[in-house]
Design a protein around this ligand. Structure first.
Ligand SMILES: [Zn+2]
Length: 187
């Protein structure tokens, strides 16, 4: 009976559709993915904050960074400007050097860098040179930030590389570690 089986199939597919709609309405289909990305970003920012903590112990301005490829940390770095007596020893530069060494190439395509503070002009230049695809930072640096504060070179059409940027991830914690450091320094 082709008619009955056709009806049966129709009912079944309607039921399936209803079930699909009930279980996966558009909002809940998008939300887990978004919240998963947020959780991942927060997770890696906590790792960058751990790097910043290492800087505190060395009396360095607490800025930390991690570089992530395929959801794995491939390099870490924290500010070492004072101990290395080197103005280029920023967390990002150290992490970029380690990542390039580890991968054996200077192109860090598909890499995401997590930094506790908005990168400076030198570090943004290095991120563009390294072709890093995404930057996630915690708090803005109104005095020296080159990703929206003083300059924005992440999306400058005159340059040959653009970087996707996510800001404000764990901004409170990233700001606090710096504030606490400078408060203790004044004591
Ligand atoms: Zn820098």
């Amino acid at each position: 009976m082709p008619d009955a089986s056709g009806k049966m199939q129709d009912v079944r597919s309607k039921k399936q559709e209803m079930r699909r709609k009930k279980i996966l309405p558009l909002s809940s289909r998008l939300l887990p993915l978004a919240s998963c990305n947020l959780r991942l970003d927060a997770y890696f920012m906590i790792e960058a904050l751990k790097e910043a903590q290492k800087a505190v112990k060395k009396g360095e301005v607490p800025i930390g960074a991690v570089i992530v490829c395929d959801d794995k940390i491939i390099a870490r770095g924290h500010n070492l400007k004072e101990s290395a007596a080197d103005p280029t020893s920023h967390a990002e530069i150290i992490a970029i050097r380690k990542a390039s060494k580890k991968l054996g190439k200077w192109r860090l395509l598909n890499a995401t860098i997590y930094v506790t503070l908005e990168p400076c002009l030198m570090c943004m230049g290095a991120l563009i040179q390294a072709r890093v695809s995404r930057l996630v930072f915690g708090s803005y640096d109104p005095k020296a930030g080159a990703c929206g504060s003083v300059y924005d070179v992440s999306n400058d059409k005159r340059l040959n590389h653009r970087i996707a940027v996510t800001t404000g991830v764990m901004a409170g914690e990233c700001e606090k570690i710096l504030k606490d450091f400078f408060r203790d320094l004044r004591r």
